[in-house]
Each structure stands twice: as C-alpha cells, then as structure tokens.
Design a protein around this ligand. Structure first.
Ligand code: HPA
Length: 263
C-alpha cells in the first residue's frame, strides 16, 4: 500500500507539472475501442499524454489514443481515459487498473467504463448499447486487491435505474472477459452462451473490480460492434469493430451525457 501511495504521488506530480494545476474529478470515464471521441465534447479541456505520467502504460492498439483528458461534461468535472490498456498487450493486470487509483485520489466518486463487445445474445445486434448487468471473468486474472473475501460490486443499481428512465431501448447483459487477442471460436461462443454470457470482450472486468474495491459507483456499457464468432457467416475483423463504433457514436455520446447528468 505504501508503495502504491508513493507511485500515485509521483503520477499526480506529473499531471500537475504538465497542466499547471491538480484537477478535481467527480466522474472517471474509460473509453473503449473507437469510442474515444467523447473526449472532444468536453469543455475547458486539458489533456495529458500517458507517456508524460509516471506509472501509466502506453496503448499500442489502433482506435486507442493515449491521453488523460480533464474538463467539464454536463457541468461535472470529468477525467477521461482516452484509450485503455489491455491484458493482451502484454501488460500486467495491476498496471492496467493503476489509473483508477489516480482518479480516485483526484476525487472521483463514479466511474463509467465502456467497451466494444461481440454479441452472444441472439436478440442483440451491432450498434446496440448494453448496460453491463454482471460479469464473468473468463480470463481468470484478478487485480491483486485485498477484498478479505468480500464480493465484487459490479454496478450501481440506483444509477442504472435513473438512466433507464431517461434512455429508451437500453439493453442489459452479462459481459464475459477473455484475454484475447485472438477472437473466439464458434464453439467457445456456444459454451459462453450456456454459461450465461450475453456479450464478450477483452477488457473492463479488471477495471470494474478495482473501481468497486475503491468504492466508486460503477456503470459499464458495452457497444455491440459485431455478432460473436459463428453467429453470422462473415469472419470478424478489428475494422468492423471500429466501423460500428463510429456509426453508433452519436447515440453513445448521448447515453454518456445522460449517465453523467444522473450521477
Ligand atoms: N470478441 C472479443 N472481443 C471483442 C469482440 C468479440 O467478438 N468484439 C469486440 N471486442
């Protein structure tokens, strides 16, 4: 704990040195593949490249910029991770979730985590925005936090209910986290459906676990960018993921704004 405290102090020092002050944060946002444009909407924007912040990794994947962006959205102080770190990039799970400790130290009380996911539930279609109702950790990698055997808090029910009342056609589902980076086989997807998964992706669960541990109220949103392997005849591609997230971005931005205003 002592070690992480001094690491957080160093990261805050870097942020302060880069923008000249230490920003206050109410809501943290982690934006998934192709969804990073939300950061363009914020007012009084100041941005710090990850490579200027000690302790932060550097994203290597197309569709993930590497900036920590501060400013106002829906009159709230936000901190956006424009681009995230993945386990499949060869990162350690504790380094992937590290920025959450920094957000918490800056005052964050709420976290919105978004991702691109493959639809397993046959009633989903590409372009759907799905609230993460529960998770399955099929990567079997947990961030090393001391829960003293407490259960993980995956969501804030009241926050979700308030959003539900304002945003039409919101679907809900269970997200299964796999390590990737290869997409799944059709048999894996059939097995995941039997396990109770509605969508599959390669992120989010480590961040949600740590956010819950830090006492942040969590909202997870999956953007269904493709139907998972074996459901449709054409093969999956990362380009398809980026293309669908591009098409759905206006609806996505609207949902994020509703979520922030309902914090
Ligand atoms: N599988 C895993 N991760 C994903 C997918 C998928 O089909 N689509 C977007 N991220």
């Amino acid at each position: 704990m002592k070690r992480i405290q001094s690491k957080i102090k160093d990261s805050l020092e870097c942020i302060k040195n880069h923008i000249g002050f230490l920003p206050e944060v109410e809501v943290g946002l982690i934006l998934g593949s192709g969804l990073g444009e939300m950061a363009d909407e914020i007012e009084n924007k100041v941005s710090v490249p990850y490579d200027k912040i000690k302790g932060f990794l550097k994203p290597t994947i197309e569709g993930h910029k590497g900036n920590l962006v501060f400013g106002k959205l829906e009159s709230r102080n936000v901190c956006i991770m424009q681009g995230r770190f993945h386990y499949y990039e060869g990162n350690k799970i504790e380094d992937i979730v590290y920025p959450l400790y920094v957000m918490k130290e800056l005052g964050a009380t709420n976290l919105i985590v978004t991702n691109a996911a493959g639809g397993i539930n046959m009633s989903f279609e590409p372009g759907d925005l799905v609230i993460i109702d529960d998770c399955i950790n099929f990567a079997f990698k947990n961030p090393p936090v001391d829960f003293s055997m407490k259960p993980v808090v995956f969501k804030d029910e009241d926050w979700i209910n308030r959003i539900d009342r304002r945003f039409k056609d919101l679907k809900k589902g269970t997200y299964i986290f796999v390590t990737g980076p290869s997409y799944e086989t059709p048999s894996e997807i059939r097995a995941f459906r039997k396990l109770g998964a509605d969508m599959v992706g390669m992120s989010t669960v480590p961040e949600i676990i740590v956010a819950g541990y830090l006492g942040l109220k969590v909202l997870g949103i999956s953007c269904i960018t493709n139907m998972a392997a074996g459901i449709l005849s054409q093969p999956l591609s990362h380009e398809e993921v980026i293309e669908v997230s591009r098409k759905v971005k206006e609806k996505f931005k609207e949902l994020i704004k509703v979520a922030i205003s309902e914090v």
